[in-house]
Design a protein around this ligand. Structure first.
Ligand code: ZN
Length: 303
């Protein structure tokens, strides 16, 4: 995923003998171009971008198998596309590669917001229609303006705004379960830490070149943030349907809960292979038992 620095300078002099041609991207990064491999501009940044592809495809695979709501599948697919775009971008440092990274990021922001449809008064009914219409028009205009004027700030501010709106809505909402709140706090912490790492990389790049490695850390942290935020959206939606997500806290609980969940159409993150070898991975959570106290379904979230 692209570094979110607005103040980064334009690339300096074209790299002599650059395999993909002189860099014409709108941002530059700390890693030296073509220092490791003559075919890949930023070797480590490009390679580490594959984590978005891995997380996205893994999420998509499980989401498809368990028939999770389509918007969640789309979000994971978009993360994989961003990863491919980021890999190409860092590998070439060309403008067209940059667009392959950044335009899907705008789409991901829109999908995050769409994933919250029906989960908050602002995303429900007429207010929701107004919000989504505004968002769609804004993103389309921003995308066109960015391609036309090639001003990085257009992308940066548009993406920041849409992510900020999504997080504000999430933090302003009431979450019934501790697990859902934990997912949101975890995502927020990962995002803030990623932003801090990015800031350190940018601030010390000229004085201490080894901080170039921090861009890899940025990729990992932001990939986790996107992955966990998608989990959060799913858990949040289930809450609105009257269910409560629980962490996968033990194989026994896994087995007990799973047996009763097969009947539900929208199964979240688990393969439901109940066995003694079942291992709960960090970040996974079990679905969902009917929350007795809050069982009033809010079908808006299911549509
Ligand atoms: Zn990057």
């Amino acid at each position: 995923m692209l570094n979110l620095g607005a103040e980064m300078p334009l690339p300096t002099a074209p790299t002599g003998g650059a395999f993909w041609g002189p860099s014409d991207s709108k941002v530059d990064f700390c890693e030296d171009s073509y220092a490791v491999c003559r075919f890949i501009a930023e070797f480590y940044n490009s390679l580490s971008s594959l984590i978005y592809v891995l997380f996205g495809l893994w999420g998509l695979r499980v989401a498809r198998r368990t028939n999770v709501v389509p918007i969640v599948q789309l979000i994971f697919l978009c993360q994989a596309v961003i990863g491919a775009g980021s890999t190409i971008f860092h590998g070439t440092m060309r403008w067209w590669g940059e667009l392959l990274d950044e335009l899907p990021m705008l789409a991901l922001g829109a999908l995050f917001l769409l994933g919250l449809r029906g989960c908050h008064p602002l995303t429900t009914g007429r207010r929701g229609a107004a919000l989504y219409t505004t968002m769609l028009c804004g993103i389309v205009c921003a995308g066109i303006a960015y391609v036309q004027f090639q001003a990085y700030e257009i992308f940066l501010h548009s993406f920041t705004a849409i992510i900020a709106v999504a997080f504000l809505i999430c933090h302003a909402s009431r979450h019934h379960s501790k697990q859902t709140r934990l997912l949101l706090y975890l995502t927020s912490a990962e995002l803030l830490l990623a932003r801090l790492v990015w800031g350190v990389e940018r601030a010390f790049c000229d004085y201490y070149p080894p901080v170039a490695a921090l861009h890899v850390v940025w990729h990992v942290l932001s990939a986790y943030a996107a992955y966990h935020f998608t989990h959060f959206i799913m858990a949040f939606r289930y809450e609105k349907l009257g269910y409560s997500a629980v962490w996968c806290d033990s194989p026994a609980l896994f087995a007990e809960k799973s047996a009763g969940f097969r009947q539900y159409r929208f199964q979240p993150f688990t393969n439901f292979k109940v066995s003694s070898k079942t291992v709960c991975r960090f970040g996974s959570f079990l679905p969902l038992y009917r929350h007795a106290a809050d069982s009033g379904p809010a079908n808006e979230a299911e549509r």
